[in-house]
Design a protein around this ligand. Sequence first.
Ligand SMILES: [Zn+2]
Length: 186
Amino acid sequence: MPHPPTSLGAFCRQARLRCQLSLRAVAVFGASARPAILSMYRGREGEIRVKKFDRCACHSKVLYHKCCQPFHEGKDPENALQLMRSRYAAYALNLPSYIMESTHPEYRDFKTDRARWKKELEAFSQATKFDGLRIVEFTDGELTATVTFIAYLRQNNTDISFSEKSGFEKQSGRWLYKSGEVTELS
Ligand SMILES: [Zn+2]
């Protein structure tokens, strides 16, 4: 197995971001590290940059380990906005399992063929630059909530940014992404 990239070691010294686990994940690729961490480095290993992993990929300007990383590692988001942000970050970090597990079974593009779905999500993540996220509106509720956002994205230098009003539903105590309706870019 290859040694961890030097940039990751430098990053770990600076950020103290579960470095032992991350470095082990890169070293062993599968034995003992957690799936989320593995996916991240498996998918993005060649692209690791200190700056990229310093701040969260949801563009909150908060450090990843204080923002979306706990959700990617199994903690439940407290509200739909946290879930929405962490899903955006999961797309950016190529964490397809997180996307699948936080999608409501009634969502129109929910797929029972998880292997195929995973491949599609990975292909999207790898082909896309995740340039920004702007939250336009968040309406919270007991069991349902909506988040309207603008995702700034690029593929092959083509702007594919879009605005969406997402619907979320709480099921067995967990928020899930249930619907998405494209809205006008504002
Ligand atoms: Zn985040």
